[in-house]
Design a protein around this ligand. Structure first.
Ligand code: EPZ
Length: 415
């Protein structure tokens, strides 16, 4: 879904929707498959442009990576160490391929990754972890060359700050490194636990994933497996916020509410009806919503930074203020411009989005500037009277295989 999307707002949503596999679990799992000596099958993977970019990277380094229905089959050891520049620069998650390729080949040529414009997003913590495990990093322009001719060795590491990606890099490097790796200050996101579960089922020895101290016993020979990635908690959050914005009654199936409880709690506090099951949640909204006051994002189990624009979109016309501070990225609220075009009182001050609330929304022509901001414009448009045209939907396609179709199946009118 590239290009433009048109939303006829003001129509309530009703029905049940199945949550797809998590983009932010599938991408590291595809990188980790490079470590496995046998074929790896990932089941029920959504067709995202970021996933296609990962398959292109795998093929460029000599692996076989093919769709088989909704599954992806990856096999074959990597033979080339040079990552393709275009996909590497376009997608930030490309940095996740560095450690496994370095572990298998002793050398990887990559580039400083790009990704959404939500902040600087350096990869210095990934690189310093690999250096502490015996790697050498040299930069030639945009190119990064990382070598470890003597292989990687276990080390006791401490991340300067919580980083999902850097934690995943250490998990993968630690499986290949000789000896024990201990990581202090690890991020605790569920996608890290999913990666650790995958690696352990392939033969890894990882303890503590999901806490801030992870121990990895290496080296371990990793065989291939067939694995179903965890559900996408940010996609589930998007659907919950869509129900809150559009009104109606939506059951979000296939994802435990515990994976996105801050979002559900905020919507319930604002006046939505929220019913939690073991692997589904129902979100209903009939009347007016109340503002949520001051909200702050943080690492798991706090309010996910990725969900901040989505929660904002659901509360644009609530009665009362909502202020959301994103403590993870410095430019998370590029969507505020689009919110204002729809009539919301939305201002960004530093890392905080300030919503005055109380303004009825109307359709407008808006532009997506990043993945979750784009999804937030769709969520806001569902609650706006009239037609909203959204440009830049290629950003949305990075993280949602079929957001328009999912919402249309619930009664939205989206073209
Ligand atoms: C992951 O990005 C997710 N992407 C992001 O989702 C998510 O927003 C983010 O985690 C935070 O939860 C994937 O998992 C593919 P970080 P990641 O490393 O790993 C700083 C989406 O919308 N940092 O946790 O890149 C960094 O600048 C995407 O699906 C360094 O300074 O995030 C940021 O301020 C967007 N140096 C903070 O840490 C480093 O080497 C958190 O970044 C690494 C990170």
């Amino acid at each position: 879904m590239g290009g433009t999307m048109t939303v006829e707002g003001g129509r309530p949503l009703y029905g049940t929707v199945e949550v797809p596999a998590a983009k932010n679990s599938v991408l590291p799992l595809l990188a980790a498959s490079v470590l496995c000596s046998g074929p790896v099958r990932l089941e029920q993977v959504p067709r995202l442009s970021d996933v296609e970019d990962c398959l292109a990277i795998l093929r460029a380094v000599g692996c076989t990576a093919v769709w088989e229905g909704e599954d992806i089959q990856v096999s074959g050891p990597p033979v080339w160490c040079r990552m393709p520049l275009e996909e590497t620069e376009r997608m930030r998650a490309s940095v996740l391929f560095a450690a496994p390729l370095l572990a298998r080949l002793g050398r990887v040529e990559t580039a400083l990754p790009g990704g959404c414009r939500i902040g600087a997003r350096p990869v210095d913590w990934h690189l310093s972890a690999l250096e502490q495990m015996g790697a050498k990093v040299s930069q030639a322009g945009q190119r990064l060359v990382i070598t470890a001719p003597a292989g990687l060795r276990g080390a006791e590491l401490c991340l300067p700050g919580p980083s999902v990606g850097a934690t995943e890099t250490v998990l993968m490097a630690g499986c290949a490194a000789r000896g024990l790796t201990i990581l202090h200050g690890a991020a605790k996101e569920p996608e890290i636990v999913d990666l650790a579960d995958f690696l352990n089922r392939c033969g890894g020895k990882i303890d503590g994933a999901g806490t801030d101290e992870i121990r990895i016993e290496g080296p371990c020979v990793l065989h291939g497996i067939s694995y179903r990635p965890m559900p996408d908690r940010i996609c589930a959050s998007t659907l919950a916020c869509a129900a809150a914005s559009a009104r109606g009654w939506v059951t979000i199936a296939g994802c435990s509410p515990s994976l996105y409880s801050p979002v559900l709690d905020i919507l319930e506090g604002a006046g939505c009806t929220v019913m939690r099951g073991t692997s589904s949640a129902t979100v209903g909204r009939m009347g007016a919503l109340r503002g949520a006051g001051h909200l702050v994002t943080g690492g798991y189990p706090g309010l996910a930074t990725d969900a901040a624009p989505l929660v904002a979109a659901a509360l644009l016309s609530a009665e009362g203020k909502t202020w959301i501070q994103d403590r993870v990225f410095e430019a998370r609220f590029g969507c505020a411009e689009g919110f204002r075009a729809m009539g919301a009182a939305a201002a960004v001050r530093g890392r905080t989005l300030e919503l005055e609330g109380g303004c009825p929304l109307h359709g407008a022509d808006v532009t997506a500037r990043d993945l979750r901001g784009g999804a937030a414009l769709v969520v806001a448009a569902l609650g706006a009277a009239g037609r909203t045209r959204i440009e830049g939907c290629e950003y949305i396609a990075r993280g949602y295989a079929s957001l328009g179709e999912m919402l249309s199946a619930l009664g939205a009118r989206i073209v």
